[in-house]
Write a protein that binds this ligand. Structure first.
Ligand code: PMP
Length: 422
């Protein structure tokens, strides 16, 4: 559809006020004014099914989270340099969801800061500086972290000590882990040839920006062993898969039977309130802690901690991990059934409510078609996007309160879009 004139005015105002670096979703941008559960509403009152937002993970504007946030904001709202129990209660509770080896939680405001802090700590601990990431990884926006986020494209140069490895290849099945680890080993050797010792291998444990690669569960173990054997640390970036999304417990790394050295958290942690953090093994932060102090003005403030605690309450009270598992399985099944009728829909991969569906023409990735489908779904009032190195995989990642009824609405509208294109 055409952009309503009042929205065209907003587009122009954005360009004027925010400058040239921002990008809107969709050929016809959506002007949203309200959210509730899995639904978002535009300025004209039309409802959009949100199959994409993993920040509002327990549902848009969840009343229990909003209430906790407002109550704390009205009571005490300061930083981490005073004694206050909210942050301790939250930290103890969150740490209890991790393996015992991961004993500390440091607070940041964004996933980018968590990954930046992970790098600083790893450099102190290992004495190395090499960084290994996947070929289309995204880990954030700081100077250092953008330098190991190749998905930002050739316009954003990688750091000198950064090496990329091929993403895991799901078609290899049982050999996925072995082949992925060979890539990591080659990167370690290339760093060594340049006189660089490795500090970290960091991966998103569901490989979201590489095209959503969850299986076979366990495939990460050989790569983790390789980086450790070379003296580096393994960082699990749980900014996307964390907090129950994979439907197999709270953390994506657990599907792989590994215990990371550090785990970065963000997006869904506060359901939209900016709270993020880094969970780590106490021994890796010893040097960093001895050498300097860490204070992040807004990180872990009392409102952040109270909000994040309410998110944990909702995950438990509404049994959202089980829902991610069952509704995710239902959605994968529905997509696979559709794929038998529409050749444009290729392989479907998923763990819980984190699903990738390849868009193909004659079996080859088709980014232009994926772009068309994303925009046609937007016209059908379903919000979705595409991911992967060639941006040809539909990324389906709804709030965890997504129910089978919502999956049916999504599948029906997707079928309509595919039928119209066929
Ligand atoms: N890591 C991953 C895997 C992410 O997807 C993102 C955000 N898209 C980040 C880190 C950075 O998080 P933030 O935008 O909160 O800095």
């Amino acid at each position: 559809g055409d952009l309503p004139p009042e929205d065209a005015v907003l587009v122009a105002r954005r360009a004027r006020a925010l400058g040239p670096a921002y990008r809107l979703f969709y050929e016809t941008p959506v002007h949203l004014v309200r959210g509730e559960g899995v639904w978002l509403y535009d300025a004209a009152g039309e409802a959009y099914l949100d199959t994409y937002n993993n920040v509002a993970s327990v549902g848009h504007c969840h009343p229990r989270v909003v209430e906790a946030m407002a109550r704390q904001a009205a009571t005490f709202a300061s930083h981490t340099r005073y004694l206050h129990e909210t942050i301790l209660e939250y930290s103890e509770r969150l740490l209890a969801t991790f393996p015992a080896e991961l004993g500390h939680l440091m607070f940041t405001c964004t996933g980018s800061e968590a990954n930046d802090l992970a790098l600083r700590i790893a450099r102190e601990h290992t004495g190395g500086s090499g960084i290994i990431v996947t070929e289309n990884a995204y880990h954030g926006v700081t100077l250092a972290v953008a330098g190991f986020s190749p998905s930002l494209g050739p316009g954003v140069p990688l750091g000198e000590h950064v090496r990329t490895v091929p993403a895991p290849i799901p078609a290899l099945g049982a050999r996925t882990g072995e082949v992925f680890a060979l890539g990591v080993q080659a990167a370690i050797e290339d760093l060594a040839r340049h006189g660089i010792r490795p500090a970290v291998l960091i991966v998103d444990t569901v490989f979201s920006s590489d095209g959503v690669i969850p299986d076979p569960a366990g495939f990460l173990a050989p790569a983790v062993a390789a980086i450790r054997a070379a003296g580096g640390l393994f960082v699990a970036d749980e900014v996307q898969p964390g907090f129950g999304r994979t439907g197999a417990g709270m953390w994506g790394f657990a599907r792989h039977g590994i215990v990371p050295d550090m785990v970065s958290l963000g997006k869904p942690m506060g359901n939209g309130y900016p709270v993020a953090g880094l969970v780590l093994r106490p021994e890796v932060v010893a040097e960093f802690g001895a050498r300097g102090r860490y204070f992040n003005t807004f990180g872990g403030n009392a409102v952040a901690a109270a909000t994040a605690a309410a998110v944990l309450d909702v995950i438990e009270a509404e049994d959202l991990i089980a829902n991610a598992r069952s509704t995710g399985a239902y959605l994968v099944q529905g997509l696979r059934t559709l794929s038998t009728r529409f050749p444009a829909l290729g392989a479907v991969r998923g763990a819980g409510l984190f699903i990738g569906a390849d868009i193909v023409t004659e079996g080859a990735p088709d980014a232009a078609l994926a772009h068309r489908i994303v925009n046609d779904l937007r016209a059908a009032r379903v919000l979705i996007s595409a991911t992967g190195r060639t941006a040809s995989t539909l990324k389906i990642r709804p709030p965890l309160v997504f129910a089978p009824d919502h999956a049916d609405i999504f599948l029906e509208r997707l079928e309509g879009v595919l039928a119209a294109l066929a």
